[in-house]
Design a protein around this ligand. Structure first.
Ligand code: NAD
Ligand code: 6OD
Length: 480
């Protein structure tokens, strides 16, 4: 494959300004391209271009025009589908099938679904009567929504195009101009997206892309910029705190989708085979590098042994999995594999580095891992690993299951496995999480609220929730 050449896209023009840093394939550690690091000046130029777009032709577009642009962008990604898939696979090392069935189709879906939603969105009106008011005392109140202005979008490396477009599409639909910074690990599909947006003919400055690192670099220059009106961020909780400290200086609103330590509850009445298969998917899809992945599994005691044996056996049999994103992340995940043992865990599957006997041995792979036997206080049970590891523990009754699920600093997603519908409806609302799946995992409807509680985030995105975040309601009161 040709070397990756990510470029910034600022004010409708591509530029590779800035010092270049290497891009490595997680599959074998080879250098596959270089990425330009945006300087403070490049970021500033992008923010100024975005401001000019909001105050210029982009700011005067109607919702119908913006939705037409969104559909053109979706068509543009679709027309270059294979290129997008290849670029996502090259940057992340994820199985091609995953990129071709989830990442790229979902990115297309993000543009189409926000075009549908923004176009058909009703606003409220309130006919008002105020008795005793001097005059008629009658009025019509109605609400209109205005864009926020210049929006910064910061995205992570695990689902690069999916999570970038998940924010860019609603931000543009609502009429904002965007300055986006994708992860330094995965710049390629973002660059292709800029090419598609350029070809779709959006006015210069409506969408800008800058590459680079986070702390003390492009990410921080952008999120601390006084010209930014809102920040939509997906990434680690610690990064969210750092961004929030900078945002505080200008009281910039934030929407945060952060880390998780997601529980799965398997009740004795669950379809055990489904629960094992489902947990295998929820713990090991994309090698555990999805914020929604299960890292804590609680199983009701009568079916505990059978479940654990089946899950460990299936985990040991996994073959077609991708690497960790970087050597640094691989080392972090392996440090948790060692910590689990130091804390007294029994390793039931994996626990090390696989040997393939080919080029992948130079890559950043770790084995899918199942451990058991740790107390709830163990760091392995409390801290997000963001890799293919889950800890399994028993519980006795519903109350204990809910208590264990909620005993976490995080609260993003949970999974409940049961054939008892009443139990499902009883347990789901008691779990402190933004999303609870019953007998399924990551079955997504893009209109639903998405986000977490506690250290897992601030606010909700998805459907109208995103359109709400990316706009301000203005109430107009007209006297009758
Ligand atoms: P990260 O927080 O290290 O980086 C995310 C993005 O933030 C990158 O673009 C990075 O360059 C930028 N960044 C880093 N420091 C910054 C700073 N000080 N100021 C501004 N920008 C900065 O996260 P990651 O390693 O890319 O992704 C993994 C993490 O993201 C995990 O914790 C995972 O749970 C979380 N995540 C959450 C969701 C969700 O929807 N809740 C989705 C995906 C990933
Ligand atoms: O599916 C989504 O919309 C979404 N935001 C997924 C996030 C996954 C986290 O890694």
């Amino acid at each position: 494959m040709a070397a990756m050449k990510p470029a910034h896209y600022v004010n409708g023009a591509f530029t590779a300004a800035g010092t270049a840093f290497p891009l490595r394939s997680p599959v074998d550690g080879r250098e596959i391209g270089t990425v330009p690091e945006a300087s403070r000046e490049t970021v500033d130029e992008a923010v100024r271009a975005a401001r000019a777009a909001v105050e210029g032709p982009w700011g005067r577009t109607s919702v119908e025009e913006r939705c037409a642009y969104l559909r053109r962008i979706a068509d543009g990604i679709e027309a270059r589908f294979d290129e997008f898939v290849a670029a996502e696979v090259a940057d992340t090392g994820k199985p091609r099938d995953l990129a071709a069935t989830v990442d790229i189709p979902r990115a297309i879906g993000n543009f189409r679904s926000y075009a549908d939603l923004a176009y058909g969105r009703p606003e409220r009106a309130y006919p008002t009567t105020v008795p005793g008011w001097s005059g008629s005392g009658r009025a019509l109140n109605y609400t209109v929504r205005r864009p926020l202005g210049v929006v910064a979008v910061i995205s992570p490396w695990n689902l690069p195009l999916l999570l970038l477009t998940w924010k860019v599409a609603p931000a543009l639909a609502a009429g904002n101009a965007v300055v986006a910074k994708p992860s330094e690990e995965t710049p390629s599909t973002a660059t292709l997206l800029a090419e598609v947006i350029d070809a779709a003919g959006l006015p210069a400055g409506a969408f800008n892309l800058v590459h680079g690192h986070g702390a003390n670099a492009a990410g921080e220059h952008l999120t601390a910029h006084p010209g930014v009106d809102a920040i939509a961020f997906t990434g680690a909780s610690a990064t969210g705190s750092a961004i929030m400290r900078n945002a505080a200086a200008h009281v910039t609103p934030v929407s945060f989708e952060l880390g998780g330590k997601n529980p799965a509850l398997v009740f004795e009445d669950a379809d055990l085979e489904e629960a094992v298969e489902g947990t295998l998917r929820s713990s090991f899809t994309h090698s555990g590098q999805i914020c929604l992945c299960t890292e804590r599994v609680y199983v009701q005691r009568p079916v505990y042994d059978a479940f654990v044996e089946a899950l460990a056996e299936r985990a040991r049999g996994l073959r077609d999995y991708g690497p960790m994103i970087s050597a640094e992340h691989r080392d972090k995940v392996l440090s948790y594999y060692r910590l689990a043992v130091e804390e007294g865990a029994t390793v039931l599957a994996g626990g090390g580095v696989p040997v393939f006997g080919d080029a992948r041995d130079g890559g950043y792979y770790v084995e899918p891992t199942v451990v058991a036997g740790l107390p709830q206080t163990a760091r392995t049970v409390r801290e997000e690993v963001f890799g293919p590891i889950c800890h399994v523990a028993p519980f006795d009754d519903e109350d204990e299951a809910v208590r264990l699920a909620n005993d976490s600093p995080y609260g993003l997603a949970a999974t409940v496995w049961t054939t008892d519908l009443s139990r499902a409806h009883r347990v789901a609302p008691r779990i402190e999480a933004g999303i609870v799946w019953v007998n399924c995992w990551n079955l997504r409807d893009l209109r639903t609220p998405f986000g977490g509680v506690k250290a897992s985030g601030i606010g909700r995105e998805g459907g109208e929730y995103s359109l709400d975040f990316f706009s301000e309601p203005v109430n107009v009161c007209v006297k009758i």
